[in-house]
Design a protein around this ligand. Structure first.
Ligand code: G6P
Length: 613
């Protein structure tokens, strides 16, 4: 949420910043801006996409060797030109870009106004620039770093901050509490960013800032310390992602690319972890804690959005494969209800980005209460990946499209592997059963490939018929109930069509009232053990003239006969079927959104990484 980028070096800073902001645009796209020091501090900013800013900068001929930039997802103040970042201090000498929320900004702003400062914007961020300048002027003999420290001590809330000051024109200052920031170390140049995507093409050496830390960055050096002024030596990490992974590779949208990457991302997620020779599973990241998981008094999974849907699936999987009872929580609810979690309990958090504010807060709450905290995460180096006690990476590769696709399937694969490993270790799964599961799991990438090849054209055509439907209902049972939720979420997110996911049987307790001849009802009828029940539910929809689109196993003639449209997918074990059934739903929402002219990769009001509560 909000992207931050910064550069010092010999290149033309505006070029690096604009390129970086374009890569970060998936984090927020309400407005964008940059500030550069070239003699004086100069800035350009405005409502709308980075492309608009790019044009403004080209027209103005702005140049320089040091600067910071921002792409915004609005929290305080509507997305207009004035509220765009950077925000400047009254003299115009200090520029600040910010990700996060300054919770006490109102109080600070009132005090600053009383003391004579004039504000330009409605944002919380401007307070930082103004307060910083006031402190700098009022406290004789302090340097800029010290002024930042004093400012941050007065601030309540979360921030990833990048600051430049015309009076110290060779430095960028950054500070972090709750919003990610990293530093990229190049040859005679330095980069800062809120995630690695703007940095990968220049360097693979990065330093992750932790909460409560700040850094001063010069062209050839950097120093990191705590806000309390304790100097730190930080580890330099190597980025594992490549430029190709964050580009569209000929696809019209990142989302479509990511949908089609799934045979590979699922295989990558399993690589080196499942053995089709020994029929065993090895998850190095949780090997040392698997007994704690088995012996836990309570296992809770917490997540947000699509990751919450995989969490819900995790509950089904752990119960069935490992006979381990699991509860699932929205991370935002879990943390605020004085959760009954403590020593001997396990909290598993799931997050693609590893930066979702509510999920981080749930993780920290459970840690504070001395529970064991495990994570399933996609982004290496993210806050969750660094702060959990143990965990498993999904290895799905960077996911840029705001609507999550390949991260979901990879999370489900990790949950399957964790549940199988736990079940085996507990003795509830025999070696013979493991053999069956692992052999089938290893076939999933090829089955996903088959679905992509054989259903894409039909789904694209079908999408044309439903492009202007105002509502959609998604029904599933058992393992495919979470998939119904996910299918509905995908459609809502990117096409703005109202859609609801329901357990198929629950439909008759309310949503059935919505069904008429105009209502598309997507039924996910690919789970064998609930097939007969599902057929009854489909009959109920048909009796009310609902338009039935079914996702079904090949040769399920009963479902086929009841459906107006059917998408056939290969059979698999029931508990693996979400990995297949979700694929046509991703494609359906994608093509409907494209037909409606929606911005698929950057849907309105959403952001990829939600770093505010
Ligand atoms: C946002 C994204 C969703 C994502 C959710 C949780 O809402 O738009 O796609 O599922 O955050 O994100 P996480 O990174 O924690 O999985």
């Amino acid at each position: 949420m909000c992207g931050i980028v910064g550069y010092i070096g010999e290149r033309n800073a505006p070029d690096v910043l604009i390129k970086g902001l374009k890569r970060l645009e998936y984090r927020g796209y309400d407005s964008a801006g940059i500030a550069i020091i070239n003699g004086a501090l100069v800035f350009k900013k405005g409502k709308g996409k980075v492309q608009n800013l790019h044009k403004m900068i080209k027209d103005s001929g702005l140049s320089g060797k040091i600067g910071i930039g921002h792409t915004r997802w609005a929290t305080h103040g509507e997305p207009n030109d004035v509220n765009s970042h950077p925000h400047l201090s009254e003299t115009g000498k200090i520029a600040v870009v910010h990700n996060g929320i300054i919770e006490n900004y109102n109080t600070l702003k009132k005090q600053l106004i009383k003391r004579g400062r004039t504000f330009q914007s409605q944002t919380d961020t401007e307070v930082v620039a103004q307060l910083l300048e006031e402190i700098l002027h009022a406290s004789k003999g302090i340097d800029f770093e010290q002024a930042i420290q004093l400012t941050l001590k007065q601030i309540v809330g979360t921030y990833g901050l990048a600051i430049i000051n015309a009076d110290t024109p060779d430095c960028i200052y950054i500070a972090r509490k709750g919003s990610p920031l990293l530093l990229g170390i190049g040859e005679g140049e330095m980069f800062i960013a809120s995630d690695a995507s703007p940095i990968v093409e220049y360097t693979n050496k990065v330093v992750y800032l932790d909460d409560g830390e700040m850094a001063t960055i010069r062209q050839d050096s950097y120093s990191v310390k705590t806000i309390e002024d304790v100097s730190l030596t930080k580890e330099v990490h190597e980025l594992a992602i490549s430029l190709g992974e964050i580009e569209k590779a000929g696809y019209p949208h990142f989302m479509l690319k990511e949908i089609f990457e799934q045979p590979r991302s699922i295989a990558d997620c399993m690589r080196g972890r499942i053995s089709t020779q020994t029929h065993s599973i090895q998850l190095g990241g949780i090997e040392d804690v698997i007994d704690d998981l088995i012996n836990a008094r309570r296992v809770v999974i917490a997540a947000c959005g699509t990751s919450w849907h995989s969490a819900l699936l995790g509950e089904y999987l752990f119960e069935y494969l490992a006979k381990t009872p699991v509860e699932v929580e929205y991370a935002s609810e879990f943390r605020y209800r004085d959760p009954l979690i403590g020593p001997g309990d396990v909290l598993l958090v799931i997050s693609q980005s590893g930066e979702t504010a509510d999920t981080i807060a749930a993780m920290r709450e459970a840690k504070k209460r001395e529970a064991l905290v495990l994570g399933i995460c996609n982004v290496v180096g993210s806050t969750i990946s660094r702060e959990t006690d143990a965990g498993v990476f999904t290895h799905a590769g960077p996911e840029i499209g705001v609507a999550s696709t390949k991260a979901f399937t990879a999370q489900v694969v990790v949950l399957i592997m964790m549940a199988l490993a736990t079940g085996k270790r507990k003795g509830v799964l025999s070696q013979q059963q493991m053999k069956g599961y692992i052999e089938e799991l290893s076939k999933i990438p090829a089955k996903v490939e088959y679905i992509l090849e054989h259903t894409d054209a039909a789904i694209r055509q079908m999408a044309g018929l439903f492009t202007y439907a105002p509502n959609f209902l998604y029904l599933g049972r058992s393992y495919n109930f979470p998939v119904a939720l996910e299918g509905a979420l995908k459609l809502k997110e990117i096409s703005y069509i109202h859609a609801e996911g329901y357990p198929a049987a629950e439909m008759k307790h309310g949503p059935i009232a919505l069904i008429d001849a105009m209502m598309p009802v997507v039924v996910i009828a690919a789970t064998d053990h609930t097939n007969d029940k599902m057929i009854s539910n489909i009959e109920e929809v048909k009796a009310r003239k609902g338009r039935i689109i079914s996702i079904m196993n090949d040769e399920n003639s009963d479902v086929k006969a009841l459906s107006e449209f059917h998408i056939s997918i290969p059979a698999t074990k029931d508990c693996f079927s979400p990995l297949l059934t979700v694929i046509p739903l991703q494609l359906l929402s994608y093509y409907i959104a494209v037909n409606r002219g929606c911005n698929v990769d950057q849907p309105r009001n959403l952001a990829k990484s939600v770093t505010v509560e």
